[in-house]
Design a protein around this ligand. Structure first.
Ligand SMILES: [Fe+2]
Length: 306
């Protein structure tokens, strides 16, 4: 598909200092000037001062310059109404409903060193004797590997979805018609979910960690001494199969530790399930709190965007 991963997002937040403290505790590495790195993905988050929380920029990596040229050519020939600018090393494209700037750049594929697999005991296989599980002994703080997905609300969901799929090149993994579509720009089941919303806003951003133990360790550490950060978790989604623990960052965007998300090697090998009903929200754990379904600042965001 040419695309292979998310590179970076820029979030506008009213209090960059408070949000920076949140992401540092979360395990991202602060680089200065409101920039943050994940362990394996390099610089993947930038914060900018903004009167309301918002997504200013979404970065998507492609393999080579030919990919940029091919997408630019498609935009010019098939989508002349979509504003874009091809630069020496990037292609900037403006999403037509929300005005979001999407920046495509030639980027290295995500390289992740082998992570030691924790020894696990089960009735059939005993891997660990005479010692407790490493996860309960504490150890190093959780280091998120990479920015893996975000859920973005659009007041015209079908048009925003068409933009990302037909114009940019994302593929749909699973969808609930008119409500939400889970799209990907590589093998990970979803990198960008587009949901119907009364205004443009980021519902949440998710960072992938090494396994379910790290989802639990990260979530536990984040709410120690600050229980207000807790939103929902630990649980396991049905769509994408990923483990999750959602937290609240100070400006109101939700931030997720996630692990063991599905991979899709080819569109025609993946068999989407019929996700009708509400089972798509979660498979394991407790039901979502009302704030997950409707963030408490949504009415204010709608007013400010009018
Ligand atoms: Fe998520």
């Amino acid at each position: 598909m040419g695309l292979h991963r998310l590179t970076a997002i820029t979030l506008g937040v009213p209090d960059p200092t408070a949000t920076a403290e949140f992401f540092t505790s979360f395990g991202l590495r602060e680089l200065g000037d409101g920039r943050f790195a994940t362990r394996d993905g390099g610089e993947q988050l930038r914060l900018e001062a903004s009167p309301r929380r918002s997504l200013h920029r979404l970065g998507v990596g492609v393999h080579d310059r030919d990919d940029l040229d091919r997408i630019a050519h498609r935009l010019t020939s098939d989508f002349p109404e979509i504003r874009h600018e091809l630069r020496a090393d990037a292609l900037d494209v403006v999403e037509p409903v929300t005005g979001l700037m999407v920046e495509l750049t030639v980027a290295p594929v995500l390289q992740v060193d082998d992570v030691p697999v924790a020894a696990v005991n089960s009735p059939s296989t005993v891997e660990r004797v005479d010692v407790p599980a490493a996860a309960v002994l504490g150890g190093n703080p959780v280091q998120p590997s990479n920015l893996t997905h975000l859920v973005y609300g659009s007041p015209d969901q079908p048009t925003t979805l068409r933009f990302f799929t037909e114009a940019i090149g994302f593929e749909v993994s699973d969808a609930i018609d008119g409500i939400i579509a889970f799209t990907r720009c590589g093998e990970v089941h979803h990198n960008l979910a587009i949901q119907a919303a009364p205004c443009a806003f980021v519902h949440h951003v998710a960072f992938e960690v090494d396994g379910v133990d790290d989802v639990a360790r990260g979530g536990t550490a984040m709410i120690e001494g600050d229980p207000e950060r807790h939103l929902w978790g630990i649980g396991r989604h049905a769509i994408g199969s990923n483990w999750f623990w959602y937290l609240r960052e100070p400006s109101g965007t939700y931030v997720e530790y996630t692990a063991d998300v599905d991979r899709i090697s080819a569109q025609d090998l993946y068999r989407p399930k019929d996700w009708s009903g509400h089972e798509f929200l979660y498979a394991l754990g407790q039901p979502p709190p009302p704030d997950f379904l409707e963030p408490p600042d949504l009415a204010t965001l709608v007013e400010l965007s009018a």
